[in-house]
Design a protein around this ligand. Structure first.
Ligand SMILES: NC(=O)c1ccc[n+]([C@@H]2O[C@H](COP(=O)([O-])OP(=O)(O)OC[C@H]3O[C@@H](n4cnc5c(N)ncnc54)[C@H](OP(=O)(O)O)[C@@H]3O)[C@@H](O)[C@H]2O)c1
Length: 395
């Protein structure tokens, strides 16, 4: 099999190339509602994806709703043996922008019947519970999928948009072979979870691999200036670098970037040819310090639990990279500058790897105090956070 980025064997018996195709965007816009504007063109794109080596296609009941599954069948049926189509169940979309979970077992059973019809299959390869329904215990929703699996209608079961706790509850009911959560270079809340899943032999399918909002067209990571600089060295684009990073991040990651264009489809396939050196990976980690990871570090060194970043998109003076912990504010200014502002305006401290007296743009004056750490290229943020905590502790 031609493989895009090597292969992953799902659930021990379905081997697919590691780069998948997310079909959600091949629906009416805005809101992924209604049929795709040009179904014949959408079918051509799906067929080209197959020709390029894509074998793992990601869809859902709610995309369209229904139209996206129908388009996949129109493009690719009768299905080649090596094709794996993953769909999702348990979310309803009655109108554009109106989405609500329905994880009741009866709704799941009805939905599976409908997906089987639309996809023209006797058995679905992989079905995720799209989103836990707060009104229905996840055990019941996943239990319904397990019964359908026992009845031969589903080969593999996955869960999507789950917390660690919800995943553990789902796994207590049945074997979960794939988890689909939002994850990318700047959304790293699942770092620990994904490493655990890699060890347990469970696939991790990151949605939004280019940082797109599900309801918006922009792909922020494809335009990220810091990524562009590194990408240039690889004669690649920022979007390709973001995908290559995911493929390097863990062996169980199977990204499903979504596109409507032949150019981006080919670019995404070509991203699997990029080899990132350890120095590239370290540089990427530092260039785009994920807010969640920053929170983890600060939590680790302050001993505070439950440190979270409230808004991924960023708000306030320091955007999403600012955290208040026990009265002290930690803010990341740039890849080598961490500000620690102590309570009651005692002192501002800037821990910096850069030279020169740092300037506090917010207050329009130089920082009152600062520390300079002899940072070189291998300086890690962990060390910076350690230094910050040491300084705070000795004040
Ligand atoms: N489980 C869930 O709740 C959930 C939520 C969201 C998505 N998903 C799944 O994950 C898949 C991917 O998510 P997504 O589409 O939201 O986000 P994404 O893959 O991060 O980004 C898609 C956007 O990036 C653009 N793009 C694609 N390749 C590009 C490239 N090489 N360079 C520049 N721009 C590029 C696309 O526009 P063009 O059309 O112009 O290429 C599209 O607007 C979906 O198709 C869906 O299957 C699941």
């Amino acid at each position: 099999m031609d493989s895009l980025g090597g292969t992953y064997t799902l659930g021990g018996d379905r081997t697919v190339p590691r780069l998948g195709f997310g079909a959600m965007r091949l629906t009416g816009q805005p809101g992924n509602f209604g049929p795709y504007r040009d179904p014949a063109a959408g079918a051509r794109l799906l067929r080209e994806a197959y020709e390029l080596g894509f074998r793992f296609f990601d869809t859902a009941r709610t995309y369209g709703p229904g139209h996206n599954e129908e388009l996949i069948a129109r493009a690719l049926h009768p299905y080649p043996q090596d094709l794996l189509i993953a769909t999702k169940i348990g979310v309803e979309k009655p109108a554009p922008g109106v989405v609500h979970p329905d994880g009741r077992p009866a709704a799941i059973r009805r939905g599976i019947d409908e997906s089987l019809t639309r996809l023209r299959r006797d058995r679905l390869d992989l079905v995720y519970l799209h989103q836990p329904d707060p009104a229905v215990p996840i055990e019941d929703s996943v239990g319904a999928l397990a019964e359908l699996q026992q009845g031969g209608l589903i080969a593999h079961i996955g869960v999507s948009n789950v917390s660690n706790d919800q995943l553990a509850r789902a796994r207590s009911i049945t074997r979960i072979t794939a988890v689909q959560n939002r994850y990318n270079l700047t959304s790293r809340g699942d770092d620990e979870l994904l490493d655990g899943l890699a060890a347990a032999g469970v696939a991790y399918v990151p949605h939004g691999p280019l940082g797109a909002h599900p309801a918006g067209a922009a792909a922020p990571l494809a335009q990220h200036p810091a990524l562009t600089a590194i990408a240039d060295r690889h004669q690649a684009t920022a979007g390709q670098l973001a995908l290559a990073w995911l493929l390097h991040r863990a062996p169980n990651i199977v990204p499903v970037p979504g596109t409507t264009t032949h150019t981006h489809l080919r670019d995404n396939a070509a991203a699997t040819l990029i080899t990132l050196a350890p120095a590239d990976l370290r540089a990427l980690d530092r260039l785009v310090l994920p807010a969640e990871r920053f929170a983890t570090l600060v939590g680790q060194f302050t001993g505070a639990s439950g440190v979270t970043v409230p808004d991924e998109s960023g708000r306030g003076r320091f955007g999403s990279r600012a955290l208040k912990v026990n009265g002290a504010i930690f803010a990341m200014l740039s890849r080598d500058r961490l500000v620690v502002k102590l309570p009651r305006d005692r002192v501002d401290v800037l821990i910096t790897g850069g030279a020169g007296r740092p300037f506090d743009a917010g207050k329009g004056r130089p920082m009152k105090e600062w520390l300079t750490i002899a940072a070189d290229d291998d300086q890690t943020w962990q060390t910076l956070a350690e230094e910050a905590m040491h300084y705070v502790a000795t004040q």
